[in-house]
Design a binder for this molecule. Structure first.
Ligand SMILES: Cc1ncc(COP(=O)(O)O)c(C=O)c1O
Length: 392
């Protein structure tokens, strides 16, 4: 077998700060579980980083969404507006509460939830909106917040992919009523598995803290006024997360640089591919630099991914829209039928055509701090070589 010229993974964490030292401190101090200084310090500094009052560390980003929804009092039978184009955890967390995600289509350029399509999905059961900042580009928060205010809904920002992104100069995570982050191994900063709920609302913060810590009364040990969860972050996770957070500006700058290199080296391919946009209101965090094929569909996209893989470049397909996933397909059909029967004048297009069309044509390219311009040039040259003669 021929040796690969390069081997470029889709994601690659970079531990060039105090990660090892802090981890050793956990071992030496025997403080491995959640009661440790690193979790507390991480919570303090992450809240500051987000320009928010409170950050509550959790064991991962999915449970962060779950516990935040519970803190908003989401109950069985309630509905939550969720973009169809997101990672499945955004919708699953709604289901964990016994509530129902109602899927909304994307904007064609940012791929985020389309604020113009939210109101046609709102019913008397709607309690909140989950605004996901997909691949690191902030959702258009101003109209979303306005709609929420008009209908008395909460807004939860799912910022799992967008640490440090800005919306009109404001940090994502500090705009909605609550927000959640992930620190999974492929995220902008990571501690392997990890998450956080961020909020300016002291009541939401107190409820999150109670629920993520088994529901134990903070002033009375082993007294449990409610059924809670063990969703706590360990001190070892906190150690790595804090070390990563200390270098977050560097991690962000590396991604910006990679995105600029892609923009430069893919520029002459814009007849064939769509490059990511950065709206005037946005500072993109570039969790994943992602492209769309202008011609062809899923077969051609898959063929290009295969050819890149052969040359040592790992890519990922864009997320499939959630409304076609087996656990959600029937639920979505039923919801859509109810919505079209009851919405006056406005039409809810159950095919959610925008997200559906680009999910089949898009892919994430390697985006991480361990890449140099030569890697990006190599990937761009491979795309150039293959894009014109793609046949499924
Ligand atoms: C948009 C979005 N929401 C939620 C999550 C869930 O985070 P975690 O994998 O840490 O549970 C992810 C993570 O991959 C994500 O991309």
């Amino acid at each position: 077998m021929e040796a690969l010229t390069k081997n470029i993974p889709i994601a690659s964490p970079c531990f060039n700060g105090n990660e090892k030292q802090y981890l050793m401190e956990c071992i030496d101090s025997t403080r491995l579980s959640s009661e440790g200084k690193f979790v507390h310090e991480f919570e303090k500094q992450f809240a500051e980083f987000c320009d928010a009052k409170h950050a509550l560390a959790c064991s991962n980003g999915t449970v962060a969404i779950h516990v935040a929804l519970l803190a908003h009092d989401l109950k069985p039978g309630d509905e939550v507006i969720v973009p169809t184009f997101t990672y499945i955890a955004s919708a699953n967390a709604v289901m964990y509460c016994g509530a129902k995600p109602v899927f909304v289509d994307s904007e064609p350029d940012t791929w985020n939830i389309d604020p113009a399509k939210i109101e046609e999905a709102i019913t008397e059961k709607t309690k909140g909106i989950i605004a996901v900042h997909i691949y690191g580009h902030p959702a258009d928060m101003a109209p979303i917040m306005e709609i929420a205010k008009k209908h008395n809904l909460f807004v939860l920002e799912d910022a799992a992919e967008a640490h440090g992104a800005l919306y009109n100069g404001q940090k994502v995570g500090s705009i909605g009523h609550s927000s959640t982050f992930s620190f999974f191994g492929n995220k902008i900063i990571t501690c392997g598995e990890g998450g956080a709920v961020v909020t300016n609302d002291s009541q939401i913060a107190a409820k999150t803290k109670l629920l993520k810590g088994q529901g134990m009364d903070p002033n009375r040990r082993y007294w449990f006024p409610v059924i809670g969860y063990n969703y706590r972050m360990t001190n070892m996770q906190g150690a790595v997360a804090l070390a990563q957070l200390e270098n977050i500006e560097w991690h962000q700058a590396q991604r910006q640089q990679v995105a600029q290199w892609y923009d430069k080296h893919l520029q002459d391919l814009t007849d064939h591919i769509v490059l990511p946009v950065e709206k005037p209101y946005a500072h993109h965090a570039y969790w994943m630099y992602s492209i769309l094929l202008k011609k062809g569909g899923e077969a051609e996209r898959d063929e290009l991914m295969k050819r890149l893989a052969k040359e040592g470049v790992e890519t990922r397909p864009l997320f499939y829209p959630l409304h076609i996933m087996p656990p959600y397909e029937q639920l979505h059909k039923d919801t859509a039928a109810q919505l079209t029967a009851t919405t006056k004048g406005k039409s809810y297009d159950a095919t959610l055509p925008v997200a559906t069309s680009f999910a089949a044509r898009g892919m994430n390219l390697p985006t991480h701090a361990n890449m140099d311009e030569d890697d990006v040039q190599y990937i761009a040259a491979l795309i150039k070589e293959n894009i014109k003669n793609l046949r499924a």
